[in-house]
Design a protein around this ligand. Structure first.
Ligand SMILES: [Zn+2]
Ligand SMILES: [Zn+2]
Length: 341
């Protein structure tokens, strides 16, 4: 099969072609696994974190990609959930141990043996991949393969973030950063919490305008104070300064949920401006969101079909994965980037 592999971590400033096109033997499914013929794979910021070493793959080379849509091509000896040809989606969660207290309580995303698709095991930047059948998800018919792919990550993690805020209908919600995940969260909020006002903090005027078009009550720069105090804020930026600003915008008892796999080091000094009375006193909380569970993926796909949520998609052939990654890094974003395979 054809695959794009990462064999060495590097700075994308210096190396604009971190992935190489190679031909590999088709993978063979284990007993409880299925082999999936990949048709679409979304391109995510997390791939940049893997390539640049902020969330390093434990073993190289690796095939990245964790927003995968494809069809079952073969089933392992003890896999019986799907028929050959069934369409499935594969998300960031490739597997977990299934027996620890975290797994038993539904928090499999926090399992010590959580394995991530495209980082800990080979992912979807390839013609084929394998996955335990219990971790493959049926995809609602509403979506084409290309449109379904970006829902597998940005949508599912956005769904989890929103639920971790504990928001109630009518409470003010802030979104700091307005990328793929945040704009899907805005659509979910408009549907699930119609009385909630959403305040969007984004760097560019275009993003702010886009937020208003999607129904944000207010949109402004990441550094500004919101016109009203906010009950919860979701931060999807890679930086620290927006965390300090967000804490200032929270009302007493408010919660900041940080949805970022890693924060960059560049502006860490901003944390020295943390002022206890303004930013943390009055029971303000900070919580991160880690990975996704299968339940997040499945519930989100159902919700997305119901609303419906259909992301704008920009297509690239598999061979041009490097171009898609560079454009993502340079914030040349016109919809979610998806490889057609
Ligand atoms: Zn992702
Ligand atoms: Zn576990």
């Amino acid at each position: 099969m054809k695959a794009m592999i990462l064999s060495q971590m590097c700075s994308m400033q210096e190396n604009k072609k971190p992935l190489k096109l190679v031909t590999l033997p088709d993978p063979v499914p284990l007993k409880k696994e299925i082999l999936v013929k990949v048709s679409a794979c979304g391109v995510c910021h997390t791939e940049l974190d893997e390539i640049e070493g902020r969330t390093p793959p434990p073993v190289l080379p690796i095939i990245p990609g964790h927003q995968v849509i494809g069809r079952v091509a073969k089933a392992g000896g003890r896999a019986s959930k799907f028929k050959i040809g069934d369409r499935v989606g594969i998300a960031w969660i490739h597997s977990s141990c299934g027996i620890c207290t975290q797994c038993a309580s539904g928090n499999e995303n926090l399992c010590a043996r959580f394995r991530a698709t495209g980082r800990d095991v080979n992912g979807g930047y390839a013609e084929y991949m394998t996955v335990p059948e219990d971790f493959a998800h049926p995809v609602p018919d509403t979506f084409s393969d290309m449109v379904a792919a970006p829902l597998m990550c940005a949508g599912a993690i956005g769904y989890r973030s929103l639920h971790l805020t504990g928001i109630q209908d009518g409470q003010n919600l802030g979104l700091t950063g307005f990328g793929a995940s945040a704009h899907l969260v805005l659509k979910m909020v408009r549907y699930q919490y119609p009385a909630t006002k959403v305040f969007v903090f984004a760097r560019s005027a275009e993003e702010q305008q886009f937020a208003r078009e999607l129904g944000a009550a207010w949109a402004g720069d990441t550094e500004t104070s919101a016109p009203e105090q906010l009950a919860c804020i979701i931060d999807t930026t890679p930086a620290w300064r927006p965390v300090v600003t967000a804490l200032n915008n929270l009302k007493p008892g408010g919660r900041l949920v940080i949805n970022a796999i890693r924060k960059e080091e560049a502006d860490k000094q901003a944390l020295l401006q943390l002022d206890y009375p303004a930013h943390l006193w009055m029971e303000k909380e900070i919580k991160s969101v880690a990975n996704v569970s299968r339940r997040d993926v499945r519930e989100f796909l159902q919700l997305a079909a119901e609303i419906p949520i259909k992301p704008e998609v920009q297509e690239y052939p598999l061979e041009e994965a490097n171009t898609a990654l560079v454009e993502l890094k340079e914030r040349k974003i016109r919809g979610a980037k998806v490889l057609r395979i």
